[in-house]
Design a protein around this ligand. Structure first.
Ligand code: HEM
Length: 173
């Protein structure tokens, strides 16, 4: 039997975020007015230590030649039943603080889709980071599928679509 000190149960405040826990893999497409459109593959892992936050790690590779692209790491804090706070670090010299809502939207089947909408409240930039002034993320979680879109205000452009991806839960063998 696993040691409950080392492997505590999920904190009850994780609530509607529970379905995120695990590993995800999939593909996405990126665009922005200043760059060429690109495709990418992505791996995401949400973990927990029994406290009211999820650990989060993401890494991506280019769809054409597999070279590493963006990565990000941080925490999703479950601060109230339908509220979440993000604390993320990006290797591009950007830190992202965001707050948002988590709600279940009814669908034709009984399960519903969990919609998470996040808007940055504070972006930190190292002296050499590119100018990023705002980020918005929308996640849609339905069973073993996690879709998201990301918009950003950056390099002089207003809030504009940058990413859309669809991930599938990685089932342990
Ligand atoms: C799945 C995650 C992401 C992927 C795969 C990705 C990929 C890319 C790629 C391939 C470019 C083109 C230029 C380059 O190769 O660097 C780019 C540009 C850029 N990305 Fe992302 N990105 C991701 C997430 C983000 C996030 C979260 C931010 C902000 C924190 C961001 C900010 C930017 C900026 C500022 C540019 C530069 C635009 C320009 O130079 O005109 N990206 N991204």
């Amino acid at each position: 039997m696993s040691d409950p000190q080392r492997h505590p149960p999920l904190h009850p405040d994780i609530g509607l975020l529970t379905g995120l826990v695990g590993s995800w893999r999939g593909e996405g497409t990126g665009e922005y007015p200043t760059i060429d459109t690109f495709s990418y593959t992505e791996e995401v892992t949400f973990g927990h230590v029994g406290k009211p936050f999820l650990t989060y790690g993401q890494r991506t590779r280019a769809g054409d030649d597999g070279r590493p692209l963006h990565a990000e790491t941080g925490y999703w804090r479950a601060v109230a039943p339908e509220r979440v706070e993000l604390v993320l670090a990006h290797p591009t010299g950007v830190t992202e603080i965001a707050t948002g809502s988590v709600r279940v939207v009814p669908t034709d089947d009984t399960a519903g889709v969990t919609v998470i909408e996040l808007v940055s409240t504070m972006i930190g930039l190292t002296p050499t980071a590119q100018s990023v002034t705002g980020l918005e993320r929308t996640f849609r979680l339905q069973g073993d599928t996690l879709d998201y879109t990301l918009r950003m205000a950056a390099v002089g452009e207003p809030m504009t679509h940058h990413l859309a991806a669809s991930l599938r839960r990685v089932v342990a063998p």
